[in-house]
Design a protein around this ligand. Structure first.
Ligand code: 5AD
Ligand code: FES
Length: 358
């Protein structure tokens, strides 16, 4: 049963999520919608989100090939299995040739974006710059980096070498929640990195985990406000999944329903951001990535890391597709798109927000 207050609030948020009455009212609306776990209400929310996605982005799903090239990390994020205090984490680092080979496989699968992800390393940025350069001179594809907080000079070097996009999740825009997730790190630093990336001309992605310890729907509503008002080109949200070798081992996982409502609301308020059906959503009791597509997501990131390293890149347990042969995920991509009612778009699919910004 859909309550009249739910329909009213949804219509209000879909019309103008900033709510003319006040900033507090805008947040209250979002909290109200996030809090509703009624199946009919959730259906109404995701159906509207999918409609808005189709209208603003087309009825399509874009594909990005993910290559996890290093599990080495100097950071101590308390939720993440790769944090440097986890002695059980298996550390690997692909050679430039390995990365190039992965890029070849991504290209061969018909995908025109490669996402290079790693733990936060302290290595010389020139090595990665060389890899970027080689990929760019060999293949016609976009490069997205996801390698954490680095200096202005490093970000500039990689941009110069040909990187197009950068993913750096804010994780939580609340300074206290942020601090409780990241030992010795400050929200300001991450905000400054995001600013720098934008200034340098990257297409920038951010995002949050849903259901981390201490997070309420009020925090999530403020995250939505932040993510929408910064006009990020890409926004990734996934449920928190406790890793047994981290300080958060005994915490509860984030809820699937809440994650899908968060995703749907992000679609409704951002209109044309690229929103992935994240691997975390695919790694719960079952694969919820199709549900994510039905709730407004429109990106899939099949894993192209070499099979021998896939299981070592364990940011959370139960990660989907770690035993599949490299590139096998590309096959599943078609089935997932179809089940989500979307056509696959194989192009590099740059930001839909760029035209507005230029
Ligand atoms: N559960 C869910 N997501 C996680 N991430 C890291 N650790 C976990 C976990 N335990 C997410 C973070 C990070 C992204 C690469 O993966 O949001 O930014
Ligand atoms: Fe560094 Fe997760 S803490 S990759």
């Amino acid at each position: 049963m859909i309550r009249p207050q739910f329909s009213d609030t949804l219509a209000r948020v879909a019309g103008d999520w900033t709510d003319a009455r006040s900033a507090d009212a805008a947040i209250e609306n979002l909290v109200f919608l996030l809090d509703s776990a009624d199946p009919d209400e959730q259906d109404a929310l995701v159906t509207l989100a999918a409609r808005i996605r189709d209208h603003h982005c087309g009825q399509r799903m874009v594909v990005r090939g993910l290559v996890e090239f290093s599990s080495c990390c100097v950071n101590t994020c308390r939720y993440c299995g790769l944090n440097r205090n986890n002695p059980k984490a298996e550390r690997f680092r692909l050679t430039p040739d390995d990365i190039l080979e992965s890029a070849r496989l991504v290209h061969e699968a018909g995908i025109r974006t490669i996402v290079l992800q790693s733990g936060e390393e302290s290595r010389d940025a020139r090595e990665l710059a060389d890899v970027i350069n080689k990929i760019k001179s060999t293949y016609d594809m976009a490069i997205t980096l996801s390698v954490g907080e680095r200096s202005h000079a490093d970000y500039a070097l990689w941009k110069e070498a040909g990187a197009d996009r950068y993913l750096l999740r804010i994780e939580s825009v609340d300074a206290d929640v942020y601090r409780s997730l990241h030992v010795g790190r400050e929200l300001e630093t991450r905000l400054a990195c995001l600013e720098t990336l934008r200034e340098l001309g990257y297409q920038v992605g951010s995002g949050v985990m849903v259901g981390v310890p201490g997070q309420t729907t009020h925090h999530l509503a403020r995250d939505i406000r932040f993510l929408a008002s910064r006009e990020f080109d890409m926004i990734g949200v996934g449920p928190f999944i406790p890793h047994p070798d981290t300080p958060f081992r005994d915490e509860k996982a984030g809820g699937v329903g809440l994650t899908l409502r968060m995703l749907a609301l992000l679609r409704i308020v951002t209109r044309n951001a690229w929103l992935p059906a994240t691997t975390a959503l695919g790694s719960m009791d079952r694969d919820y990535r199709i549900d994510a597509l039905k709730a407004g997501a429109n990106v899939l990131m099949p894993n192209f890391s070499p099979v021998e390293v896939k299981k070592k890149y364990e940011i959370y347990p139960g990660k989907r597709c770690i035993t599949e042969r490299t590139g096998a995920c590309a096959l599943c991509t078609e089935g997932i798109a179809r089940a989500g009612g979307l056509e696959i778009d194989w192009s590099r699919a740059d930001s839909l927000k760029m035209a507005v910004r230029l």
